[in-house]
Ligand binder design. Structure first.
Ligand SMILES: NC(=O)C1=CN([C@@H]2O[C@H](COP(=O)(O)OP(=O)(O)OC[C@H]3O[C@@H](n4cnc5c(N)ncnc54)[C@H](OP(=O)(O)O)[C@@H]3O)[C@@H](O)[C@H]2O)C=CC1
Ligand SMILES: O=C(O)C(=O)[C@@H](O)[C@H](O)C(=O)CO
Length: 272
């Protein structure tokens, strides 16, 4: 399944790579590509761009069949730093271009317009095909769209059954942007939820598969679960042979309780 935003496509289900480092991390990423993952999510902060690059080269999969995202940390969002970090990322990845470059978190002390102008320059220079943001709240998104007049591809945010993103999704639909759901299985916590177990039993699927299907079945939503284990990598990808009913979709939406896992002292003031 592909998601299409203004003519650009991305596989709806990608592989998160946080903490997939070293030889074991590289092996997990390589296994994931061999199983069929074609969308890989890394970040400078994860310290694994070299592993991602090696896994891509080992896979033998053509570069244009893969969608590779990286992200720049908020301390490095001044224009000169953006250009330097992007060059270093490409070097570590062993690529000429990434598919998507993201602002990893909003910076409090760097004008957003300057950062996004530098991102647009990276796009114009062909070092990234697309640009976007992550962890942007409604006001930050409005600011980004205002200052950049923007062709922002996505906002990558925490999204799983325990955290509603209805207002953000509504705003992003009007801007024709993709929501990339991080922590899509709430670090595995969905496995213990009775409702997800019951829906899963009906379809012969696990709670994680039901959750990932619920995400990608929504308009303009992609998801990037991570696993270090081959069996779970395969499980998380195996969600395209069934569909949830409208009632099942609504019931899962009903699990939202404002539970957020990624909340740090540098996080923005969340909308919820
Ligand atoms: N932009 C941002 O600020 C952020 C982006 N991200 C991105 O999103 C990705 C996903 O988020 P992440 O933190 O990894 O959390 P996830 O929700 O993907 O959960 C990953 C955890 O769940 C376990 N798991 C994986 N599959 C299953 C399954 N089928 N059943 C039960 N447990 C399972 C994994 O353990 P095991 O490895 O043992 O299988 C791992 O501990 C990250 O890897 C990263 O790429 C994440 C956080 C913030
Ligand atoms: O995983 C991410 O993408 C995050 O933004 C955080 O978990 C980050 O990596 C971190 O280290 C927080 O201090």
């Amino acid at each position: 399944m592909l998601k299409t935003i203004r003519g650009d496509t991305v596989p709806a289900l990608g592989l998160g790579t946080y903490q997939l480092t070293g030889a074991s991390g590289q092996a997990a990423i390589r296994d994931g590509i061999a199983m069929g993952y074609r969308h890989l999510d890394t970040a400078i902060r994860y310290g694994n761009e070299a592993e991602v690059g090696r896994a891509i080269r080992d896979s033998g999969v053509a570069r244009d069949e893969l969608f590779v995202t990286t992200k720049i940390w908020p301390s490095d969002l001044r224009p000169d730093d953006v250009h330097a970090r992007m060059a270093e990322s490409l070097d570590r990845l062993g690529l000429d271009q990434v598919d998507l470059l993201l602002v990893h978190w909003p910076a409090r002390d760097i004008p957003l317009g300057e950062t996004l102008a530098a991102f647009a320059e990276e796009k114009a220079a062909g070092r990234t095909r697309l640009i976007g943001v992550a962890n942007f709240t409604l006001p930050l998104l409005d600011e980004a769209l205002e200052v950049h007049k923007a062709d922002l591809f996505c906002n990558q945010v925490e999204y799983h059954p325990f955290l509603s993103q209805a207002r953000l999704l509504d705003r992003m639909a009007r801007a024709d942007m993709l929501l990339v759901a991080y922590l899509p299985i709430a670090r595995g916590a969905v496995a213990d939820v009775t409702l997800l177990q019951q829906i899963g039993a009906r379809h012969g699927k696990t709670p994680a598969q039901v959750t990932l299907r619920w995400l990608v079945q929504q308009d303009r939503v992609a998801a990037i679960p991570r696993s270090s284990r081959p069996a779970r990598l395969a499980e998380n990808l195996d969600i395209f042979d069934f569909a949830l009913s409208e009632d099942e979709m609504a019931a899962i939406h009903g699990l939202a309780e404002g539970r957020r896992y990624c909340d740090y002292d540098f996080s923005p003031a969340w909308d919820d």
